[in-house]
Ligand binder design. Structure first.
Ligand code: GYE
Length: 315
């Protein structure tokens, strides 16, 4: 009787220690408030966040904001209610984030801002930013263009989503750099909302309004540039030749268009930073200090290197 009891306790103790060694560590729960699905860049970014989460066994709560900040804010609130370990936001616009960020802070949930920056008077409301330097992209685009057209030409601009960091910064940095060339002028500028259909519609309107007085299109992303290509071809003109086109993102289709000569230059903006985001979250949760801002390394493609880059293009 006594021996049986001892064995029983021994068995229970063994089972408990066995369970402790084979049970996996607590699964990380991450909430991601994505902007929407406006462009091929965005699709690649969502895919990178999802596939990398899957690889690491992270439980990713993915929310598609469908282009509306209020949907993103609602998503963040639901992540707080679900008590996720970390919240990632790709903010559709720059302003209006403070109240919900304060709610996350009260719940002691770290927030990582990715892709697009925000404007706030209190930088401590988020742990860090991971994305591209949109001002640098605008500067790179302007410098390439000024050289390619010898500092001369009439530019129409296709802007991204109004109020978004990439639209604001790409517009500002490009305009500032262009201003140093007296014969390079932006004659019109309108938003195509980072969408292909938007780029096509706005370009059609520009062509109607300005006729043959357009020499250059500066598009804040490849999708709008590809929409503009359609509008230019429909007007009986040759994109890349009659009208020069420069854009930002370097999605595979954009680089292909450069190789084909329909677009002249694309500045890269890399959307594949899922692994960097989760590395950062893991570091934060382990109590490590992380840099406040991490910019992705981006390059530029024109007729000299586009074709060679195509086979290894990942998005
Ligand atoms: O350039 C555009 C997308 O925020 C960097 O958003 C991103 C931009 C990207 O819709 O294609």
């Amino acid at each position: 009787m006594h021996l049986a009891k001892t064995f029983r306790y021994l068995f229970i103790a063994l089972s408990i220690s066995l369970a402790a060694t084979v049970l996996p560590a607590k699964q990380l729960k991450v909430g991601f408030a994505q902007t929407g699905a406006e462009s091929a860049w965005r699709t690649a970014n969502s895919e990178s966040m999802k596939s990398e989460a899957k690889k690491r066994g992270i439980d990713l709560k993915f929310s598609d904001g469908q282009g509306k900040q209020e949907n993103q804010i609602r998503a963040v609130r639901s992540f707080i209610t679900q008590r996720v370990d970390a919240i990632v936001i790709a903010p559709i616009v720059e302003t209006g984030w403070e109240p919900v960020l304060r709610e996350a802070r009260r719940a002691k949930i770290p927030v990582i801002i990715t892709d697009r920056t925000i404007q706030t008077t209190d930088d401590s409301l988020f742990v860090c930013f991971i994305g591209s330097d949109f001002l640098e992209e605008g500067r790179l685009a302007a410098a390439w263009l000024a050289k390619a057209v010898n500092g001369k030409g009439r530019i129409v601009e296709l802007q991204g989503t109004p109020g978004s960091a990439p639209a604001n910064d790409r517009r500002k940095a490009f305009a500032e750099a262009i201003a140093t060339f007296p014969n390079l002028k932006i004659i019109d500028s309108q938003s195509g909302d980072f969408r292909r259909s938007g780029g096509k519609e706005v370009m059609e309107a520009f062509l109607k309004k300005h006729g043959r007085n357009i020499d250059i299109v500066y598009a804040h992303n490849d999708d709008m540039a590809l929409g503009a290509v359609q509008a230019i071809e429909a007007a009986g003109l040759k994109p890349g030749t009659d009208i020069k086109i420069i854009a930002i993102d370097a999605i595979r289709e954009g680089v292909q268009a450069v190789a084909d000569g329909r677009i002249n230059c694309v500045v890269e903006c890399n959307p594949l930073f899922g692994s960097k985001v989760y590395d950062t979250i893991e570091a934060i949760l382990a109590g490590k200090k992380v840099p406040k801002k991490v910019f992705n390394k981006d390059e530029l493609f024109d007729h000299t290197n586009a074709a060679a880059a195509l086979p290894t293009r990942q998005y």
